[in-house]
Design a protein around this ligand. Sequence first.
Ligand code: UGA
Length: 435
Amino acid sequence: MKITVIGAGYVGLVSAACFAEIGNEVMCVEKISSKLDTLKKGESPIYEPGLSEVLKRNISENRITFTDNMDDAIHFGEAIFLCVGTPQSETGKADLSQVEEAARQIAQMATSYKLVIEKSTVPVNTNKWVKRTLERYAKDGVDFDVASNPEFLREGSALEDFMKPDRIVVGVESERAEKIFRELYKPFTDQGYPLLVTNTAAAELIKHASNSFLALKISYINMVSDLCEKVGADVELVAEGMGLDKRIGRQFLNAGLGYGGSCFPKDVKAFVKIAEENGLDFALLRETDCLNEERRPKFIEKIEEILWINKNKTIAVWGLAFKPNTDDVREAPAIDIVNALSDSGATLNMYDPKATETFKTVVPEADNMSYCANAYEALEGADALIVLTEWEEFKEADLAKVKSMLKLPIIIDGRNLYDPKEMKKQGFEYYCMGR
Ligand code: UGA
């Protein structure tokens, strides 16, 4: 099938690459010229395991091309995926100006039927606005369908999530649109992956409701974790005990610094707003958001309880990305934590396996803030180590070496990477979350 993808951000690029990988012909639009040049060379502008290899292969086999020419792109595919940004506006509402602009351009340029598919996360009933925009600006006699096909890709494992989905959700309003989706996703349904067909509003809701529910699970376990600290229980065991119940499940019950990234913080706020606009107070999610925002100041308090005074102390920081296996630092807990520690007079030696360069654009190097080439370099002369992202590299660190390099054997772990008993045996003063 010929497919057009508008927007080579995270969702657009991974989807475009994977649609090409399963045999479709894909044209992907990117407006930023430096990014377009990178993509044309077959390089990925973001770090995502496996993505560069898939891009290179499909470029060389002519299944994927990149362009900044909307006209060419709109004529190319019958199915057009909207993967443009839907950032959060000041009120918490999603800013849909890029969706509107893309819809308008499609309407003005299309000369034959197009299935316009929302893939970016959008508020419920955005499809009605997209449809109205298409109809307003369309050439006479050109038909459109609008559909929703939300993505459930996690950064760091996006290719695997695409290729082995828990479910594929498509929201359609016509048989013609459903038929196109059934053909597009046949390689998956043939392997037994479930395809759920709904109307468009339900598909839009499934995305927001799923992300918000996962965020709720995280805030829930973080609250339980605080309670564990008070009563002397281990949150890891509590989560295990809860998770063995299949109705609850163990995933997304990892206590720690709370959720970050470009999705959960934004989507929870947007979902609260959507409810509000429909006369409902989603207090449960407002609280989810508040609990999450408290995680960072609480962790800073914990550091102060342990170190007493931060001024003139050197702190090694392991992990800057919002989660492992990505170089993305959007809404990363590390940003607030590092800035607060710096404001309180500490010197920071920071290290992340992949996110150093992106983090530097948000927190520039300064007299008291330096970026290190490897994990051990960050430890030199440090009074304590704090762990902010659960990279595998940190789990596998040589703890004897860590101990010998730190001035004091203090580790404050925001992600529960190590076994407290083992750490005690190794001679560490080890602090973690909810244990
Ligand atoms: C999330 C969803 O998991 C995807 O299904 C969805 O497609 C995506 O948002 C999106 O809307 O585009 P992502 O933000 O990449 O994916 O990462 P997650 O693995 O969901 O983690 C989000 C945040 O929650 C991270 O900061 C992570 O550290 C935190 N988290 C996750 C916890 O604090 N505890 C957990 O148990 C799990």
